[in-house]
Design a protein around this ligand. Structure first.
Ligand SMILES: *[C@@H]1O[C@H](CO)[C@@H](O)[C@H](O)[C@H]1NC(C)=O
Ligand SMILES: *[C@@H]1O[C@H](CO)[C@@H](O)[C@H](O)[C@H]1NC(C)=O
Length: 147
């Protein structure tokens, strides 16, 4: 929860001045978020295109979720140490996903995407339920979606 409140403020302060030279969106690809049936673990995996002309960065992580997609505040990208990513549940039953990186020593720029409740499927396995993301695997994360 912490990361969006602190980072949104940092982004808000810098967004206006830097908008003209920062891309307004980042392309996210191969997005998957899935809990492993009968396991406490859930996997997140996706790519970020830093720039349309550059190869994508690969991000992934496995977290304890016990059937529900868990919040993440410090996700990493194996081939791009500048990126951090996170996901938090929202009041409507969906999730807000974000990727950020340092703009300078004082602020990060954050790109967000809202996952709607209908993009989360919960498979009922009797005593255990297992959540999966079933929305589009490619989408744009935008600075605007963070507000
Ligand atoms: C997940 O990230 C690790 C590094 O943190 C990397 O070695 C591994 O190949 C990645 N897995 C996938 C499926 O991308
Ligand atoms: C920028 O993001 C990093 C990684 O999440 C965090 O450690 C740092 O405190 C953030 N900086 C600001 C100014 O919010």
């Amino acid at each position: 929860m912490k990361f969006f409140t602190t980072l949104s403020l940092a982004t808000a302060a810098s967004a206006a001045t830097l908008e003209h030279r920062q891309a307004p969106s980042k392309q996210i690809g191969s997005f998957s978020a899935s809990c492993i049936p009968h396991s406490a673990f859930c996997n997140y995996q996706f790519t970020v295109k830093p720039d349309p002309s550059l190869p994508p960065s690969h991000c992934n992580g496995t977290y304890i979720g016990s059937g529900t997609l868990p919040a993440v505040g410090d996700g990493k990208c194996a081939d791009n140490a500048a990126y951090t990513w996170g996901i938090v549940s929202t009041q409507d039953g969906g999730y807000r996903f974000g990727v950020w990186y340092p703009l300078n020593s004082r602020s990060n720029i954050t790109y967000c995407h809202q996952i709607t409740p209908d993009e989360i499927e919960v498979v009922d396995g009797g005593s255990v339920q297992t959540a999966h993301y079933i929305g589009p695997t490619e989408f744009d994360a935008t600075v605007d979606a963070c507000f």
